[in-house]
Design a binder for this molecule. Sequence first.
Ligand code: SF4
Ligand code: SF4
Ligand code: SF4
Length: 250
Amino acid sequence: MSKGLLIDITKCIGCRSCEAACKAQNKLPENNDPDLTATTYTKVMERGDRFVRKMCMHCQNPTCVSVCPVGALQKTNYGPVVYDESKCMGCRYCMAACPFQVPRYEWSSAFPRVRKCIMCKDRVAQGLQTACAEACPVGATTFGERDDLIHEAQDRIRQEPGKYVNQIYGFSEVGGTGVLFITDVPFEKLGFRTDLLKEPYPMLTWNVLSKIPNFVGVGATLLFGIWWITSRREEVKKEEAEALSKKDKH
Ligand code: SF4
Ligand code: SF4
Ligand code: SF4
């Protein structure tokens, strides 16, 4: 069962309690960065008269995980996409590959790490909700099983069809995300990417990579390098599994 968040833009009052709770939970400085940074894992962006939270989408099949050559980013079976700094070699492929341009880097640190929301993995593993969902005073951010959140979102849209846009953002974008949004203003007007594929990006085909803006300037050599490393890793996994199964048969 995979956990997630449902963010209802019609309910958000822009109080930024989620930002503050995230900072406290992750022991981050109380600065007021205008966007995601290495010390801001979620940001409430003003979009006209609406407020839109920005954060890691905790993709069901995350591209950041698929391009990481050393497995520093992992999708857990309970939902959060987590990061192991002891494995990270600082290549920053994850930053280039994320279709939502989420991961940030500690450029000014002597031992830089990649930073992003990790869906309060320790709280969630203990059966608690995320700090941001707990802090939201109006239920604009709610935490739960992704499937339940989808049903809840569908119910809200069904009950007030004149109010809501008939779409759950994250239901199928890039193969589905753990963070879901519903709204009364079309997503494209709120700065959401609406040109994303409805299937997972980790296939890493040229067609897919061309949809990732940061890759455009990265160049073919690096793309080929990423593709080679990722395919090789899959091959090694397969070879290991085959060797194991042969061993079991003997
Ligand atoms: S939004 Fe980006 S960083 Fe977050 S899981 Fe998806 S690909 Fe990874
Ligand atoms: S889930 Fe946790 S880490 Fe992510 S934005 Fe919310 S409080 Fe921050
Ligand atoms: S705490 Fe809730 S209402 Fe306040 S900004 Fe965050 S999502 Fe919006």
